[in-house]
Write a protein that binds this ligand. Structure first.
Ligand code: C2E
Ligand code: CA
Ligand code: CA
Length: 781
């Protein structure tokens, strides 16, 4: 029994052993098979991935790369895994699963899982059961399936029939790994492809931006200063292609570089501070131009990349230059302007304070009657006159002197070659002389003159304003001297007070007309052969409520400047007409009343009509009025003056040329004008007894007048000797203090009747009986 028992034990033992072995063997075989399957799976995965990767590589130009890649994937899976269906499903935002790519599954397949798809961990657990999915897939005729989900995508692999065991894929639990691995790989590939595409797009975008930019871009290695890239604009700007650009050091392109400043900018840019600078570059052809340049570091500091962005600003610079030019230049005359002169003056004043020996003078020049010229001849002619005058004045100056036009008809001259008053006067005279020749503009001869105020610099002047003001004051003083030889005045401090008084006077003048402060005085014009009064010159007086009688020399220029002269002249003419009519009613042989026309009252057809109308309004026959006109009044525009004077003459007015001899070239064209009288200026009469030459001149004027059939009146006769000389020379008429000062109308009438100077005409040798002469014998000469 024992034996049997023992044997049975042994059998049991071995059987057990055998079973154990068998089980182990089975297990081993199973493991082996599992390992083989795993290996097969790995191989399958590898094959699929390889193929997919190759396909993806070919698809680089396909914009919708993930689209076609998905199609390739399902096809590959069906082919390699020998299954009936492979599908990529994507989850919509609402949670539904829709087909993206599929083989063996209708593309309209749609699934709405009741619960969100569980995100599977990468264990090789079977895909969780989703009841709706099983039903739906069976409805599609699919029997076996597995799926993996990741990132909102589902990869589904399925069979229609039960597969025999030999088939490579039996959807064991381990096969799940294939789906997971492939899906993961696919998604990674897509992601990578998208990233690559985005990168490529970005690169393209960058290139497009880089190349199509209006600005020049240069990418530079900040450490070696080597050029890495340059866009077309940069090549265009510098006139060199990229290879040429790379050949040269960057510094080559800089025009006149300040290396220290550049190095500083460079360092700052590398440190991350964007730098901006305006600089001049030179193109490959050597053409300089302006650019605005920014230096910007791109990328991290370590990389040291600098981007130079350049923009051509030559046009802007040009415009700025032009602006600067305009800012300091007078556009019309192309001379420097006030702003320029102001700076010069400032510098000169400063220099004078630093250098004791430094001297300079400022000249303020203002054209006389320019306003009239401008208004009557037109602005374009006036402009051309200003240009000519600017040129003439410039020609008077020495190197280093400065001239500027202040605007209008004012010029400033600054000269530091002036050591004192004498030198200043020499320059002023030179300028006067330069303006003396008439300017021919548009075929018209225009006579001009200017008034010049001069200030000698002294250390009291701290500011240009003060000096300009004083030059201006001196100029006004000079203007008051109109008609005199000298038209310039040197500033002296007394002029200040005068200037202030002028301002007051101007204010008062405006009120004087309304307040009836003007009166006319009359100075007799006497026939030098008989002593009879043939007329009176009306001379205006201003009875100022505070200052008393203000002489016309003091206020007429002021009235002319302020144009008050127009109203004043109307009053004077009206008053004179009134008086002429009164006298005409009282006398058988009434005196003619001479009225002075202002130099500023431009003689024109219009003025002629106005004068005609005014005299007519007063019921005054034109034959009772003699109009005195100075030479300068007609010189501005001779043609127009001639027409105006002919009109006046035709209306029956007598015309006198006033202040004859103080003008320039009057004799040469005197005969063209319809003057009846020529009034020899009192500066000749003054000297006639002392200076033989003056007597000769007056004798010549008298002879000329005879030839031209004009009558002569000598002004300013103060002594019997002067009277005697003028009588001897055959001068027909005269006026002066010898006979009478200007007096009021009533006194004038008494003079007319009494002739208190008659004794002068009854002297033996004259052969004239005063009484007989006064009896009414008409005859002059
Ligand atoms: P004018 O037309 O040459 O007038 C003559 C000036 O000489 C007057 O000065 C007169 O008083 C002055 N006079 C006359 N005889 C003598 C003399 O023997 N010796 C001296 N030293 N002077 C003499 P007045 O009245 O001061 O006028 C000065 C200027 O003012 C005038 O010069 C004229 O240009 C202007 N003026 C005077 N009245 C008027 C006027 O009613 N209208 C205009 N537009 N200007 C006037
Ligand atoms: Ca006069
Ligand atoms: Ca006169």
């Amino acid at each position: 029994m024992d034996e049997t028992q023992t044997g049975q034990h042994a059998i049991d033992f071995y059987r057990h052993q055998y079973d154990e072995l068998g089980a182990r063997l089975l297990r081993a075989r199973h493991e082996l098979r599992a390992a083989r399957r795993d290996a097969a799976r790995q191989r399958l995965i590898a094959r699929i991935v390889q193929r997919l990767y190759a396909l993806a590589g070919e698809e680089t130009t396909d914009e919708r790369v993930d689209q076609s890649l998905g199609e390739h994937l399902v096809a590959l899976l069906v082919e390699i895994l020998q299954i009936d269906c492979a599908a990529l499903l994507a989850q919509t935002p609402a949670g539904a699963l829709v087909v993206e790519h599929a083989l063996g599954l209708e593309t309209s397949f749609r699934l709405s899982p009741s619960a969100p798809l569980p995100e599977q961990p990468s264990t090789r657990l079977p895909a969780p059961r989703v009841p709706e999915m099983s039903e739906a897939l069976r409805a599609q005729g699919l029997q076996h399936w597995l799926w993996a989900a990741h990132g909102g995508k589902v990869l589904l692999l399925a069979h229609r029939r039960q597969q025999p065991l030999e088939m490579p894929l039996t959807f064991e639990n381990g096969d799940q790994a294939i789906a997971e691995a492939i899906l993961g790989f696919y998604l990674a590939l897509i992601e990578q492809r998208q990233a690559a595409q985005a990168l490529e797009n970005a690169r393209i975008d960058y290139r497009i931006l880089f190349e199509s930019a209006q600005d020049a871009f240069l990418v530079i290695d900040g450490h070696s200063a080597r050029l890495l890239d340059a866009n077309l604009q940069a090549q265009h700007l510098l006139g060199a292609d990229f290879a040429e650009l790379q050949q040269r050091a960057l510094i080559y392109w800089l025009d006149d570089p300040d290396l220290i400043a550049w190095r500083r900018r460079w360092r700052r840019a590398l440190a991350g501070r964007a730098e901006q600078v305006e600089c001049r570059l030179r193109s490959a052809t050597g053409q300089p131009f302006w650019v605005e340049m920014s230096l910007v570091r791109i990328g991290p500091a370590k990389r040291g990349r600098l981007l130079l962005i350049g923009r051509d600003i030559s046009k802007r610079k040009e415009a700025e230059e032009r602006l600067r030019h305009y800012a300091f230049r007078d556009e019309l005359t192309q001379l420097p302007n006030r702003a320029f002169m102001y700076r010069r003056l400032e510098a000169a004043i400063q220099r004078q304070h630093q250098e004791p020996g430094y001297r300079f003078a400022l000249f303020f020049l203002d054209l006389d009657r320019f306003k009239t010229i401008n208004e009557s001849l037109g602005h374009s002619l006036g402009d051309r006159l200003l240009v000519t005058i600017g040129q003439r004045l410039s020609a008077c100056l020495e190197a280093g002197d400065h001239i500027a036009r202040l605007g209008g008809d004012e010029f400033l001259i600054l000269s530091d070659q002036i050591t004192g008053a004498d030198a200043a006067e020499v320059l002023a005279q030179r300028m006067e002389q330069a303006l003396r020749t008439p300017c021919t503009v548009n075929g018209q001869e225009i006579f001009t003159s200017a008034s010049i105020g001069i200030v000698l610099a002294n250390r009291r002047y701290q500011q240009p304003e003060a000096m300009l003001r004083d030059a201006d004051i001196a100029m006004y003083q000079a203007k008051r001297r109109e008609g005199r030889e000298r038209r310039y005045a040197l500033f002296d401090p007394a002029m200040h007070a005068r200037a202030l008084a002028d301002m007051e006077l101007e204010r008062d003048l405006r009120r004087a007309l309304e307040r009836d402060e003007f009166v006319l005085n009359y100075q007799p014009i006497v026939q030098l052969d008989s002593g009879r009064i043939k007329g009176f010159e009306a001379l205006v007086r201003w009875r100022h409520p505070e200052h008393g009688l203000v002489p016309p020399d003091r206020f007429i220029p002021l009235a002319e400047e302020t144009l008050l002269i127009l109203d004043l002249s109307r009053f004077i003419l009206g008053e004179a007409c009134h008086q002429a009519v009164v006298w005409a009613e009282a006398c058988a042989d009434p005196p003619v009343v001479s009225v002075n026309l202002s130099g500023r009252q431009f003689i024109s057809q219009q003025i002629a009509d106005e004068i005609g109308d005014l005299t007519a309004q007063h019921g005054c026959p034109s034959s009772l009025i003699n109009l005195e006109i100075t030479e300068s009044a007609i010189l501005t525009d001779k043609e127009m003056a001639l027409a105006g004077m002919q009109a006046l003459h035709a209306q029956g007015f007598k015309l006198s040329m006033d202040d004859f001899g103080t003008g320039y070239s009057s004799l040469s064209y005197l005969h063209q004008f319809p003057f009846d009288y020529i009034k020899i200026d009192r500066s000749f009469v003054n000297r006639i007894t002392e200076d033989a030459r003056t007597e000769a001149i007056v004798a010549a004027i008298v002879r000329l007048a005879e030839t031209l059939e004009k009558q002569i009146i000598a002004e300013g006769i103060e002594t019997p000797e002067q009277l005697a000389t003028l009588q001897r020379l055959g001068c027909g008429g005269g006026q002066g203090y010898l006979f009478s000062r200007p007096v009021d109308a009533a006194s004038a009438m008494r003079l007319f009747q009494d002739l208190p100077w008659r004794a002068l005409f009854t002297q033996p040798g004259r052969g004239l009986a005063a009484d007989a002469a006064l009896g009414g014998e008409a005859g002059d000469g």
